[in-house]
Write a protein that binds this ligand. Sequence first.
Ligand SMILES: O=C[C@H](O)COP(=O)(O)O
Length: 251
Amino acid sequence: MRYKLVAGNWKMHGSLAENQALLEAIVPATRDLARVDVAVCVPFPYLQQVRDLLAGTHVMWGAQDASRHAKGAFTGEVSADMIAEFGARYVIVGHSERRTYHQESDALVGAKCQAVLGAGLTPIVCVGETLEERERGATEEVVARQLEAVVDAVGAAGLSRCVLAYEPVWAIGTGKTAAPEQAQEVHAFLRRRVAERDSAVAEGLTILYGGSVKGASARALFSMPDIDGGLIGGASLVSEEFVAICKAAQA
Ligand SMILES: O=C[C@H](O)COP(=O)(O)O
């Protein structure tokens, strides 16, 4: 049986003082959960602080993006190796905010995924449809295309070292959580698509749901057979909410 994973995506939020207070609340409150992994993905400048605060604790941590390049004249870019040097575990790749605001293509997301795996880190690869795409019945086509770009880049063996996150764009930061059955349908579809390549990889693949998850909505989502936890935005900045979500993920 797959473990659950609850990963906070702080996005562009935080300060040294706020991060410390948040982590000091989250660490003890999530210490003894059964079969739940907990992680936070933080802005680059806070990697060192988070490493120091989380050293020796059960809470894992990571970044929110990485360059496709290993090194070179790429002003403003941060390589996966640099992130790995801090001792990170995860890097979010292909979040819809990067696809939309930074024009990241499916091919670039695949290349970034490859770079992250090459650094020995675990990519949390995001896929998801816009409202317009859902309304015209293109959800499966869109997430399949996004998934295939990753599999083309890293193969089924590479995918087995990734976490997948289904994040319907219309549910991100809007307060409109997908209904558990609605999310389950897409998660099951994604797992079936992976199974067409490799059934063992599909069975072992952790697929998170992201999009306005709150303490109150988490348990119903996480009780679905193909939903293995959550990628949490806004609620990961509020310790009581994030802890409630982590508790809802317990077996
Ligand atoms: O990565 C997290 C997702 O974008 C979800 O964000 P949200 O929980 O604020 O809707």
